[in-house]
Design a protein around this ligand. Structure first.
Ligand code: AHM
Ligand code: MG
Length: 336
């Protein structure tokens, strides 16, 4: 029984990933080391987020304010922590962060075979009011460690080796896929370890929730507008869906993954490509959704088939339960 096992036979995220890797005899533990550095970054951000309300009083790092130093914004601080943790892992070549215009190329002596794309602290509008926010990441393999180029990160989402997010919510939850399903881990603050609490997550085939910023409705295109109308006034006699929208992608996607339903950030007249970024928002979440049995669609194609031309490119996104995404796909197909 999982609950008993959890209490005495702790499946930490490191143990879990080591188990997975041990099935590949050629594996030398590089991925585990990289992941440990990502996890370290998440623990740091979690602890900073938890202290954020007090930070004005005591300073974010406990004493920074006492030195009279300018207090760093949480998102800037998180970015620095991840960049440093990823470089010092010795396992990365290229880093792409939402916070940095340009990609970071790791110096030769510290270089490794992975590229990491990430949003260190997503959900910026929710930071100051203590609502759930998160970190999102995706991992690619570099083609030639001796010569990393931007091409290595401007790859189709299908080529991602692993992706995940960490949600800083009522508890700190780390959700990961390495292409063999989706697993969720919860931080036990007394141990400082992420423990497997949600093994093999599968999204319900159809859900009862839709999640979208309806304030943009006047600028939506036809298929999005009629889809949302159907959520409220179903044509097949089923009950209307509930609306839930936090405005933090990690929290909205996490709920969608566990409860089912659909999350959408569509195109609109003002933002023809939507808002969310392909590399470190759309791709990782789409990879997770597919691995959990759901779908991710851009309005034109399977999201993971996109090949971004620019680091911070955006795309509309519809993701969630298989049947719910099927419905929006049909509406776009009918229009085309
Ligand atoms: P951010 O990167 O500035 O934090 O913006 C991304 C966030 C997502 O977490 C969320 O899904 C979306 O923006 C919400 O946008 P909006 O406020 O337009 O509804
Ligand atoms: Mg973001």
């Amino acid at each position: 029984h999982i609950a008993d096992a959890q209490r005495t036979d702790l499946m930490t995220i490191t143990r879990f990933v080591l188990n997975e890797q041990s099935k590949h005899p050629e594996s030398r533990g590089d991925f585990t080391i990289l992941l440990n550095h990502i996890v370290l970054g998440c623990k740091f951000v979690c602890s900073s987020v938890n202290k954020a309300g007090l930070a004005k009083l005591i300073g974010l790092a406990g004493e920074t304010n006492v030195q009279g130093e300018e207090q760093k914004k949480l998102d800037v601080l998180s970015n620095e922590v991840f960049i440093k943790a990823l470089i010092s892992s010795g396992r990365t070549s290229i880093l792409v962060s939402e916070e940095d215009e340009e990609a970071t190329f790791v110096e030769a002596s510290l270089r490794g075979k992975y590229c990491v794309v990430f949003d260190p602290l997503d959900g910026s509008s929710n930071i100051d009011c203590g609502v759930s926010i998160g970190t999102i990441f995706g991992i690619y393999m570099v083609k030639d460690v001796n010569e990393p180029t931007l091409e290595d990160v401007l790859q189709s989402g299908k080529n991602m080796l692993a992706a995940g997010y960490c949600m800083y919510g009522s508890s700190c939850t780390f959700v990961l896929t390495t292409g063999k399903g989706v697993n969720g881990f919860t931080l036990d603050p007394s141990l400082g370890e992420f423990i497997l609490t949600h093994p093999d997550i599968k999204i319900p085939k159809k859900g009862k929730i839709y999640s979208v910023n309806e304030g943009n409705a006047m600028n939506w295109d036809g298929p999005t507008a009629s889809y949302v109308e159907r959520c409220k006034f179903p044509k097949d006699g089923s009950s209307p869906k509930s609306l839930r929208y936090i405005g933090s992608m990690v929290a909205d996607v996490h709920r969608t993954l566990l409860y089912g339903g659909i999350f959408l950030y569509p195109a609109d007249k003002k933002s023809p490509n939507g808002k969310l970024r392909v590399l470190y928002e759309v791709f990782p979440m789409s990879f997770l959704m597919e691995q959990a049995g759901g779908q991710a669609f851009t309005g034109k194609q399977r999201a993971l088939d996109l090949i971004p031309k620019k680091l911070h490119e955006r795309s509309p996104i519809f993701l969630g339960s298989y049947d719910d995404v099927e419905e929006i796909k049909a509406l776009y197909a009918a229009e085309a």
